[in-house]
Design a binder for this molecule. Structure first.
Ligand code: P6P
Length: 336
């Protein structure tokens, strides 16, 4: 019999196949991923036509971080909230764009097993210059009792309790990448059929890379150890393949997606201005840390794993050194 042509595997088909690997899985996590994927298809449509409709530019408000909200930020946030509110699997959400978490107040949601945290449109300051931006999400199983609204404890779980995490990057193509303890898989949106199709099975972050990524404009605020590491990256050493290449898009999703695909290290350290770093733990650093660790990389805050941080506040920040295992270890040997 002739070989069957390789069939397109959609996100739904893939997550259902994955569910079968867990004995007592019920398919609820697959359904939740499908809901998030739907919300991001809706966001993707707006992102792609952002230049044509009056959705560019500033919304005229600031979020809990004091950052100016872009109109697309708000659209993305509201889209995710609306879709997840109607999901059978989500009890509530927390978002970069909202000061407090939102516990959905209907009996159906009270019996839902999961909560979702997200940065609805990371890198949104890049929207007007058409650079890649993205949605980042974390999925936790509730610790609060079913049959009642979710509560703060559900949203303050350490990253090592994550059930799944992922991102959608709105770039030259739209890709959804998500991780569970089974590994990391990437899906490219085939717009003509409206399906995310498996394009990057079993993604791995190489142990070594040639790219370092951080905002070098902040160098005068960095510690001496980090300055020494930057000099090491820029030093000529042919045997060790240096100088390294510097790439920085200023959009975490885009910088981390490149790091996952090509290897490298991404750093957003603490500095004199951002004493705890700039990036948020619960919906930027933890989800990316799960993905990179599940792909064989490393994600540290300077003296331990990002995923082991016990959160105390919803919007707390953390320094982050993330990417190829050997590069993270080398960087930390300078900064510790
Ligand atoms: P800086 C975008 O605003 C963001 O939150 C991340 O996506 C990105 O990695 C970082 O901030 C860029 O920060 O200070 O270099 O502009």
């Amino acid at each position: 019999m002739e070989n069957k042509k390789r069939k397109l595997i959609t996100l739904d088909e893939f997550t259902i196949q994955q569910t079968r690997k867990f004995q007592n899985a019920t398919g609820e996590l697959s359904a939740l991923l499908r809901d998030i994927a739907l919300a991001c298809k809706i966001i993707n449509k707006q992102v792609n036509i952002a230049g044509l409709v009056d959705i560019l530019g500033k919304h005229g408000a600031t979020n809990v971080q004091g950052e100016e909200q872009m109109k697309l930020d708000i659209f993305a946030d509201e889209t995710l909230i609306n879709v997840l509110q109607n999901s059978a699997e989500c009890a509530g959400i927390a978002s970069e764009e909202n000061d407090e978490f939102i516990a959905f107040q209907d009996e159906f949601s009270w019996n839902s097993k999961y909560v979702v945290l997200f940065d609805p449109l990371d890198g949104s300051s890049n929207i007007d210059v058409n650079a890649s931006i993205g949605t980042i999400f974390s999925i936790y199983k509730r610790v609060s009792p079913l049959g009642s609204p979710c509560n703060e404890a559900d949203f303050l779980q350490a990253g090592n309790k994550l059930m799944a995490a992922g991102y959608v990057i709105y770039g030259s193509s739209t890709m959804l990448v998500y991780a569970t303890k089974l590994g990391v898989n990437g899906f490219t949106l085939e717009s003509s059929i409206g399906e995310y199709c498996l394009s990057h099975p079993d993604m791995k972050c190489s142990e070594q890379g040639k790219i370092y990524s951080l905002n070098q404009g902040n160098t005068n605020k960095y510690t001496q150890g980090l300055k020494d590491y930057l000099n090491y990256c820029m030093e000529e050493n042919k045997e060790e393949g240096r100088p390294l290449t510097h790439r920085y898009i200023g959009s975490m999703v885009a910088d981390l997606h490149r790091t996952l695909i090509k290897g490298g290290i991404f750093i957003y350290p603490a500095d004199k201005k951002n004493v705890n770093g700039k990036l948020r733990l619960q919906y930027e650093c933890n989800p990316m840390a799960l993905i990179i660790e599940a792909a064989g990389g490393k994600a540290e805050h300077g003296s331990g794993r990002i995923l082991d941080i016990e959160p105390t506040e919803l919007h707390q920040r953390t320094p982050i050194f993330i990417g190829s295992k050997n590069m993270v270890e080398k960087a930390l040997s300078f900064t510790k």
